[in-house]
Design a protein around this ligand. Structure first.
Ligand code: AMP
Ligand code: MG
Length: 416
């Protein structure tokens, strides 16, 4: 059985970037930049006041006087959005609002709070510092500077930066179309009465939530019975329509676990089946040569993930395998998951052989990160995962973990 790292590496080898497309800035959040972005303008575009206050010409004010109380004639007020107007002369001050352009001749701006205005004059009882409270033209970016690299994920601050630099539209990677096909005679939708042997289908909801949480907009969820013919027909259709197909359930060794066989009949090439992890060992991954795909020339295969049906295995399978693949397809090169060291608050045991992802709660205590496993560690128990904020990554070959031992902890983020 291959390790998690090996499985992920094999998945990455099969991930192609989606086609590039142009998008308006207002629709760009959550996408990834497909090309580098340069500033169209300087930022700030002009010298501007950083405060509400008074801009002063220090010309002729000798250094001794700069330390004392000074009085200047206020010649006018400049608001944000005004033109700066005529140069300010020796002995003069101009009243400036935050963001107002600083007129020529002004070499310091003094905060309103330390000034007294009376009879057309401003009296300042504070040492004057040349250059204070002036945001200089181009101090952050010069027009033409490369400010954002292709592969940057567009978040609210990135959207703001793009606007600041003058971009109304951008080149981004398209997002994949995903199909989720769930099988199981026992599954019914919540809201109906449970019959004998039935359970509520939770995976439809967790996976839809996880997909939309990471910004996938086009996905379909289909729940079907364990009927080989129907499964084959629905998977064939889903394969042709999707960049990524997720099957859920029916991938293990039970008598009705037909997914793997059906995928093979439909021409899906298995890359691996079974990974040395817990939960989620029977996870399957394959590729399908898909003529209809929108991917850039040279790569037209869709990805197929067979997730086990147990709800914790299905959702962690999504988090650990599907999500990084979707992120790659959407253009992100770094991945978003964060792993940190933490101290175990209680001893743990497991069998050697598989890497285990125990569900945990990470909490800071006196400047130290501690992690405690939650109640409900079995793969049908969503209660544990619902409380957890991290996965405690227990290495495959180790079986004993002592209280106070350092472990690796992977933060659970249900957004990107
Ligand atoms: P399977 O992978 O089909 O063998 O299913 C493994 C376990 O997960 C069984 O107990 C199933 O009843 C359960 N299961 C499968 N699909 C779902 C689902 N969509 N929602 C909740 N439980 C499921
Ligand atoms: Mg089943």
């Amino acid at each position: 059985m291959i390790s998690y790292d090996e499985a992920l590496a094999r998945i990455y080898q099969c991930c192609y970037p989606m086609a590039k497309k142009k998008l308006g800035l207002e629709d760009a959040n959550g996408h990834v930049l497909a090309s580098d972005v340069a500033a169209l303008v300087d930022f700030p575009p002009f010298d501007q006041s950083a405060v509400d206050g008074f801009g002063i010409s220090l010309a002729g004010v000798d250094s001794a006087v700069k330390e004392q109380e000074n009085s200047f004639a206020v010649v006018r007020t400049v608001f944000a959005g005004d033109a700066p107007g005529a140069p300010v002369e020796k002995g003069q001050a101009v009243k400036l609002m935050t963001g107002a352009p600083v007129p020529e001749g002004v070499d310091t701006v003094v905060m309103k709070e330390v000034c007294t205005e009376r009879q057309g004059k401003v009296v300042i009882s504070k040492a004057l510092q040349p250059g204070a409270n002036i945001r200089r033209r181009a101090e952050e970016f010069c027009a033409g500077d490369k400010t954002l690299a292709a592969g940057t994920r567009i978040t609210p601050p990135v959207v703001g930066l793009l606007a600041t630099l003058g971009h109304a539209s951008l080149e981004v990677f398209a997002k994949p179309v995903v199909s989720v096909v769930l099988t199981g005679n026992e599954l019914v939708a919540p809201g109906t009465e449970l019959g004998a042997g039935q359970i509520y289908d939770s995976n439809s909801y967790t996976l839809a939530a996880a997909l939309s949480g990471m910004g996938i907009e086009q996905y379909r969820v289909l729940r079907i019975k364990d009927n080989r013919e129907v499964i084959k027909q629905k998977l064939a259709a889903a394969l042709d329509e999707s960049d990524v197909l997720l099957t859920v359930g029916g991938i293990s060794v039970g008598d009705r676990d037909v997914i793997k066989g059906v995928l093979a009949e439909l021409g899906v090439q298995e890359v691996f089946w079974k990974v040395a992890i817990k939960p989620g060992k029977p996870l399957y991954f394959g590729t399908y040569n898909n003529e209809a795909l929108k991917a850039p020339a040279g790569n037209d295969s869709s990805l197929v993930f067979g997730l086990p049906g147990n709800p914790v295995a299905a959702l962690l399978g999504f988090n650990q395998f599907v999500k990084p693949a979707l992120q790659r397809m959407m253009g992100e090169s770094n991945g978003s998951s964060l792993t940190v060291p933490a101290v175990l608050t209680t001893g743990m045991r497991k069998k050697p052989g598989r890497e285990q992802w125990a569900r945990g709660v990470l909490h800071p205590v006196e400047g130290q990160l501690r992690v405690s496993p939650v109640q409900g560690q079995q793969s049908h128990m969503l209660g544990g995962l619902a409380q957890a904020n991290c996965l405690i990554v227990l290495p495959a070959e180790q079986s004993d973990f002592k209280e106070g031992e350092n472990v690796r902890v992977k933060l659970l983020q249900w957004e990107w």
